[in-house]
Design a protein around this ligand. Structure first.
Ligand code: PLP
Length: 380
């Protein structure tokens, strides 16, 4: 089956009991036993749930992995994956990852004895130089949040394999429709399903996809032990969203491409970050690595905080809000919103300036979007 078909039919669908075409929401905490010591396949919803299972199977197939797991949030998925490690282990992470990922690593896991090095993953030499004997994990995000930097996954995986290091890729921005990291040898994929996979800004959720039996067993163990799983209703919402992922992604990127080109030519705009532009340093890699350029556009305005605040206050069709990947366009200010958990000096070091704005381009009519951006950029 092709991607679009898997998105609609993977997992146990239609359901075995009554043939419902929409996956039933098994809103139950527990399941009766058939006999002493004999379940009907499920015993308790923290461990496993039939609605969740359909979502997990669907995501696993879309990513081309061994098994999928659905979590309460993207951060719950990440927290679970980082527990594959133990005190004393070292992680090399991209330096401009999502602010919450940075916070989990730097402000939570460091206290439990994990070591972290944050690095721009754009050179083989730079990565190899920071590998230590205790390096156990390489954490990638491409396109990165919020700067849309591109990592050459093949290069990073090659380094990781030579040094026996586990690779984890946050595939939230690209989604498996545009990028399938497992095909490049990545060991684990994580998602904030809150974003494109759900696509409607009505749920928070996360996912992990594994590639080996050992990782599958370990992630299932941790999910159950840590209780980080998603609720049945939230799984159903994400499943419903995934059914339209391919068509949504096509339109997201069509609109984003038009928006990036519009912004690029506007005199109030200092710089545009969009992997689809020839001028983007990762453009050539993205052309060979992804099936498209995605729906996120970041840009810097001229005119400092005044110009940024005026723009953010004036947008009308586009809403000022955290998050991304929904049908409605959202705009945010990474320095004070999504990436506020990074200290100022760190933001500056990685390139998250006060002038930076991140736009999640939605599915509205492109003319309305551009008109809205124009009136926000050109106050009378
Ligand atoms: C790339 C990326 N990864 C992970 C997360 C965390 O996901 P959640 O908000 O669902 O916990 C986010 C949230 O913005 C994100 O953008």
């Amino acid at each position: 089956m092709k991607f679009e078909t898997i998105a609609i039919h993977a997992g146990e669908r239609p359901d075995m009991t009554f043939g419902a075409i929409s996956v039933p929401i098994y809103q139950t905490s527990t399941f009766t036993f058939e006999d002493v010591g004999k379940t009907r396949g499920y015993d308790y919803s923290r461990t496993a749930n039939p609605t969740r299972k359909v979502l997990e199977d669907t995501i696993a197939r879309l990513e081309g992995g061994k098994a999928g797991f659905a979590f309460a949030t993207g951060m719950a998925a990440e927290a679970t994956v980082i527990h594959l490690l133990k005190a004393g282990d070292h992680v090399i992470s991209g330096d401009d990852v999502y602010g919450g990922t940075y916070r989990l690593f730097e402000n939570v896991m460091r206290d439990f004895g994990l070591e972290f090095t944050f690095l721009r993953m754009d050179s083989r030499q730079a990565i190899e130089e920071v590998i230590r004997p205790n390096t156990k994990m390489l954490w990638l995000e491409t396109p990165s949040n919020p700067l849309l930097n591109i990592v050459d996954i093949e290069m990073v995986v090659d380094i990781a394999k030579r040094h026996n290091i586990l690779t984890v890729m946050d595939n939230t921005f690209a989604t498996p429709y545009l990028l399938r990291p497992i095909e490049y040898g990545v060991d684990l994929v994580v998602h904030s399903t809150t974003k494109y996979l759900n696509g409607h800004c009505d749920v928070v959720g996360g996912a992990v996809v594994t590639t080996t039996d050992e990782l599958t067993e370990r992630v299932q163990f941790l999910l159950n032990a840590m209780g980080t799983c998603a609720s049945p209703f939230d799984c159903w919402l994400v499943l419903r969203g995934i059914e339209t992922l391919p068509v949504r992604m096509e339109r997201h990127q069509e609109n984003a491409f038009a928006v990036a080109n519009y912004l690029k030519g506007h005199p109030a705009v200092k710089r545009v970050f969009y992997p689809g532009l020839d001028s983007h340093p990762g453009h050539e890699i993205v052309k060979k690595q992804m099936k498209g350029f995605g729906g996120m556009v970041s840009f810097e305005l001229k005119g400092g905080a005044g110009a940024v605040n005026s723009f953010l206050r004036r947008v009308n069709v586009v809403s000022l809000a955290e998050s991304l990947g929904g049908v409605a366009s959202l705009v945010e200010h990474p320095a004070t919103m999504s990436h506020a958990s990074m200290p100022k000096e760190y933001q500056e070091k990685v390139g998250i300036t006060d002038e930076l704005i991140r736009l999640s381009v939605g599915l509205e009519n492109i003319d309305d979007l551009i008109d809205d951006l124009r009136q926000a950029l050109e106050p009378d």
